[in-house]
Ligand binder design. Structure first.
Ligand code: FES
Ligand code: FES
Length: 161
């Protein structure tokens, strides 16, 4: 066992973990952060995307011990990063307004990846959005409304859906 200490969604946590434990398992099974989902656990689908020190990572591709000392934000803590504990982050709001989801399984990862994309490129083109989200798979929407949601969140598209 290895002792790790980190911040998750604004709360400090310390735990003894197996060195092989994946960050996504730690978040879901130890901390109950089931908003972060597992779609493949082979780093293909992006459903498990969280922010590690402000940068998106696929949490099935990171060991919990690698997050020692880091700040992790999951979809459950995203709103508090903009001071909206009771509300939604603007990107969450944009996905809702543009119907950027159907079953919702990919949505936590899509939103976390979109937030990172917009942080690095606040006014992305459609092509840049599609490239930025290429590691996140959606089986339902055909991606059109997801792209629209990111454009809307960046102030580049009206809601038409
Ligand atoms: S569950 Fe992590 S990429 Fe699919
Ligand atoms: S909304 Fe169903 S997988 Fe994306």
């Amino acid at each position: 066992m290895t002792r790790i200490s980190l911040t998750v969604d604004g709360a400090s946590v310390s735990d003894d973990v197996e060195p092989r434990l994946l960050l996504v398992q730690y978040l879901r099974e130890r901390l109950g952060k089931t908003g972060t989902v597992i779609g493949c656990d082979t780093s293909n689908c992006g459903a498990c995307t969280v922010h590690l020190d402000g940068t998106s990572v696929k949490s099935c591709n990171v060991l919990a011990v690698q997050a020692d000392g880091a700040e992790v934000t999951t979809i459950e803590g995203l709103a508090r990063t903009v001071g909206g504990d009771d509300g939604l982050h603007p990107v969450q709001e944009a996905f809702r307004e543009c119907h950027g989801l159907q079953c919702g399984f990919c949505t936590p990862g899509m939103i976390m990846q979109s937030v990172d994309l917009l942080k690095n490129n606040p006014k992305p083109t459609e092509e840049e959005i599609r490239l930025g989200l290429e590691g996140n798979l959606c089986r339902c929407t055909g991606y059109h409304n997801i792209v629209k949601a990111v454009q809307h969140a960046s102030g580049q598209a009206e809601v038409t859906a």
